[in-house]
Design a protein around this ligand. Structure first.
Ligand SMILES: [Zn+2]
Length: 406
């Protein structure tokens, strides 16, 4: 028998099964070769994987073991500081007014263009440390603060390097169509994304997904369709920022293109929810963004009721500065009124579906990655119940302890 790790004596183990959460009392997990070899009642697991023969045995007595969180929507690689915009917003300025004065996304673009790749990697690694401390073991990261061939590839290369250096698995998304850079007409810039940026990114295998900010005044549905279809021709799976400030048809476009996910969806209608569910597009809801913008929350019930597997994410970016999936789970419950069961599932199984990993992370069952969190609470309900603090105590990635606050 090869070396294995056993986490034993958990008060509760959340495994996740098809269609629901599956919580087992007095449970254990064995991880062998980076994958879950057994997960269930302690007696069953330690009979096959005795703790005394384990390379590492972790006592989770009285605590809860959950799958590592998957964060399926972040803009975590950037440079510069926009805390002053936060204060300006509290004094009454809107996101749009700040952008019109040279703030917002284009301010971060200027900082990214000036930053070295090393700086971007260093910044990202420090954010990943924070994500890990709050239980994230897999995260999607978008480019989109470069908006030129050189700066977009620099961002994606920084993501690749950080992925190699950090224990969190990173999923790279190209988002050249995040904003229109200064000095460009939108249509000309869309051509540039399609004809120059996309081939440069795809030729070097730097991204898995292609995303676009489909929004009134940013990229229209037609422009978004052109970008995502071109991305798909280059082998990149579509994702879309849709129906955040205004409903313009981004959710319908996601369904039409068979996107992996449609994200934000604050203004989505019941018909949009039906279209997404029917096309197997995962609705990714971002409660932190609504919280940061003081906007209304999306309605998870609308999507769950239509039969969709709902995901939640942090949307970590300079305008929504939280790296914590724990906080996203807290807000999903306190803000969007999700049941703890649904919020935990949305942060694990749902989130994995949003990055096309339906049988990978987010579950603790045989064959799944040995990515798990030990939370210092008696059951998963206490994770969002106890908000504003971290309940995450230990994180294992592929069966190895990679974070330990004990
Ligand atoms: Zn976003």
């Amino acid at each position: 028998m090869t070396e294995y790790t056993v986490v034993h004596g958990a008060a509760q183990l959340v495994r996740n099964r098809d269609g629901g959460l599956d919580a087992v009392s007095d449970a254990a997990v064995a991880v062998e070769n980076g994958r879950v070899a057994a997960a269930g009642p302690t007696d069953d697991v330690v009979r096959a994987y005795p703790t005394e023969n384990a390379a590492a045995a972790v006592d989770a007595g009285g605590k809860t073991v959950l799958p590592g969180f998957v964060d399926p929507h972040t803009h975590a690689v950037f440079a510069g500081d926009r805390a002053d915009e936060f204060t300006a917003k509290l004094r009454g300025k809107t996101y749009q007014e700040i952008a019109a004065e040279g703030g917002g996304i284009l301010r971060t673009v200027r900082a990214v263009r000036e930053a070295s790749r090393e700086t971007l990697v260093r910044n990202l690694l420090s954010h990943l440390d924070e994500m890990l401390a709050h239980g994230t073991t897999t995260a999607e990261v978008k480019s989109g603060y470069g908006l030129s061939i050189d700066a977009e590839t620099k961002l994606l290369e920084a993501i690749r390097e950080a992925d190699q250096r950090h224990s969190i698995d990173l999923v790279p998304t190209f988002m050249g169509a995040h904003a229109v850079p200064e000095g460009w007409e939108t249509d000309d810039y869309v051509d540039h994304v399609i004809e120059a940026q996309l081939p440069a990114v795809a030729d070097r295998g730097l991204a898995e997904f292609c995303d676009v900010f489909c929004e009134a005044g940013i990229f229209s549905v037609d422009q978004s369709r052109r970008v995502l279809a071109a991305g798909r021709d280059h082998g990149l799976t579509p994702k879309i920022h849709a129906e955040e400030f205004e409903r313009i048809g981004g959710a319908e476009l996601a369904a039409e293109l068979g996107a992996a996910s449609a994200d934000h969806l604050l203004q989505a209608t019941p018909a949009d929810a039906q279209a997404l569910a029917g096309a197997d597009v995962v609705p990714v809801l971002l409660p932190g963004t609504a919280f940061a913008l003081d906007a209304d929350y999306a309605d998870p019930e609308q999507f769950a009721g239509a039969g969709a597997e709902v995901a939640i994410a942090t949307d970590f970016n300079p305008n929504c500065f939280s790296q914590s999936m724990e906080f996203a789970v807290d807000l999903a419950c306190h803000g969007m009124r999700m049941a703890p069961e649904s919020a935990v599932r949305a942060a694990t199984v749902g989130a994995a579906a949003a990055i096309d990993r339906p049988d990978g992370p987010g579950r603790l069952r045989e064959g799944a990655p040995g990515d798990l969190v030990i939370a210092d609470v008696p059951d998963y309900e206490h994770v969002p119940y106890n908000f504003g603090v971290s309940t995450v105590e230990t994180v294992l990635k592929a069966g190895e302890v990679v974070y330990d606050a004990r």
